[in-house]
Design a protein around this ligand. Structure first.
Ligand SMILES: Cc1cc2nc3c(=O)[nH]c(=O)nc-3n(C[C@H](O)[C@H](O)[C@H](O)COP(=O)(O)OP(=O)(O)OC[C@H]3O[C@@H](n4cnc5c(N)ncnc54)[C@H](O)[C@@H]3O)c2cc1C
Length: 389
């Protein structure tokens, strides 16, 4: 018996529920209205407009998976992916702020925080508090578990000492998930995740990086010197922080895939508008078949990237294995984002090379997708490991 058409349509990965469509469209409308007019200025000054933060909370994108009972949206991980994609279509810098908040920080707390931590922190994260996720250090990036930040026990408390690097949202965050080793002799089995509040004694925010792209997103150094954290602020178990880190990042990179899909779509949107308007040889450049084919190829690649990312997110929400799919989604979508943004620059001609038009920024922004939350080489390693197992 053949499957009815409606059933088939429901099975398509890009078929969204009514609620998902409304959510995605409201986030995009917000981004178009509240972010687009300021994207260039925020990029130029490498600052996030502070008034955007309360607006993002009001929009409901800062606590997407937090249950209603704790003041959040009570929605799915897939909703977070839709929000990140929609924001990134306009500004990937704002998308990553929302991405880290939802797919790393809240995600880790929902999974590893007990009811005390959930009751204490989730209502804040849903309403006013921004989170950051501090794993990387100067000497430990891809080899994340070589981290040298230490935590030593003193009575019921822990004292953290060390230096974190590259921490997204460092400038704005109120709450930091910080990974430190409590027992270096035990290697990665000493790694523990701690929840550290901004302003804690012994904790300072260091240098903010001056970046190639996603410049409105802050990327900061964090310094800890005997920073006291109570035992109640251990996230998960002592010595199990490596699991918190791996499992959270495995999911988080689906969000980066969504950021790259959104970026690529944004670049294509601008390009289609431009090639219909720009005239050479007496007609719109979009009338040339060579240009149409380049656009068609870009759209095809974006759709393929979106399918990979949506599939990984749907698998994650269904509680099914998604590790390979998430890695494939991230590597592919970040490469597509770079290619499509590059094409956009080409098709804008000289205008693609200057800051008066939005595509040069997207070209710079695209590069980060192949670096953070596991470089492309590391994604390939993950995929190969699964295939060869
Ligand atoms: C803008 C920005 C935001 C960031 N935000 C955060 C954040 O919020 N929290 C956080 O903890 N970190 C964050 N990071 C850090 C980021 O995750 C790391 O930069 C990334 O994991 C790569 O580490 P690395 O820079 O030390 O590069 P390295 O690990 O030194 O890698 C350099 C090159 O060597 C390759 N390489 C390394 N090992 C292997 C191997 N075994 N096989 C093959 N190739 C290999 C890599 O693929 C890469 O091409 C951020 C970084 C940036 C730039």
């Amino acid at each position: 018996m053949t499957t009815p058409n409606t059933e088939r349509a429901r099975q398509a990965l890009t078929t969204l529920s009514e609620d998902e469509v409304l959510f995605r469209d409201s986030v995009y409308a917000f981004a178009d209205r509240e972010i687009r007019p300021f994207a260039r200025e925020m990029d130029e000054h490498a600052t996030l407009r502070p008034d955007l933060i309360p607006k993002l909370f009001d929009l409901g994108v800062m606590g997407i998976e937090i249950p209603d009972s704790h003041g959040g949206g009570g929605a799915s991980f897939f909703h977070a992916v839709l929000a990140v994609e929609a924001l990134s279509r306009v500004d990937p810098s704002i998308a990553v702020l929302v991405d880290v908040q939802n797919t790393l920080v809240i995600n880790a707390i929902l999974k590893w925080g007990g009811s005390e931590i959930a009751d204490r922190l989730l209502p804040r994260l849903a309403s006013t508090a921004i989170g950051a996720y501090a794993l990387s250090e100067a000497g430990s990036g891809s080899d994340a578990f070589a981290l040298t930040t230490r935590a030593t026990q003193q009575g019921d408390d822990w004292l953290i000492t060390g230096r974190k690097l590259w921490i997204t949202n460092g400038n704005e965050a109120d709450l930091f998930i910080v990974f430190a080793n409590v027992k270096p002799d035990a290697g990665h089995r000493g790694i523990t995740a701690f929840l550290v509040e901004r302003g804690a004694a012994g904790f300072t925010i260091g240098r903010k990086e001056d970046k190639l792209g996603i410049r409105a997103s802050s990327t900061c150094e964090l310094l800890f010197e005997d920073c006291r954290v109570s035992a109640a602020n251990v996230l998960g178990e002592v010595g199990k922080g490596y699991k918190v880190a791996i499992e959270t990042l495995n999911e988080g990179r689906i969000g980066i895939g969504a950021q790259m899909v959104g970026l690529a779509q944004g670049a294509l949107d601008h390009t289609i508008t431009y090639v219909k308007e720009r005239k050479q040889f007496g007609k719109a450049i979009g009338d040339f078949q060579a240009v149409q084919h380049q656009i068609a190829r870009a759209a095809t690649e974006i759709e393929a990237a979106r399918l990979l990312v949506y599939n990984a997110a749907r698998l994650r929400d269904a509680g099914r294995p998604f590790l390979t799919e998430a890695a494939m989604g991230k590597i592919f979508s970040s490469e597509v984002a770079e290619r499509v943004a590059s094409l956009a620059v080409n098709l804008f001609g000289g205008n693609g090379f200057v800051k008066d038009y939005p595509v040069e920024k997207l070209y710079r922004d695209a590069k980060i997708g192949q670096i953070y939350e596991g470089t492309s080489n590391l994604q390939l390693q993950t995929i190969a490991k699964q295939l060869m197992a």
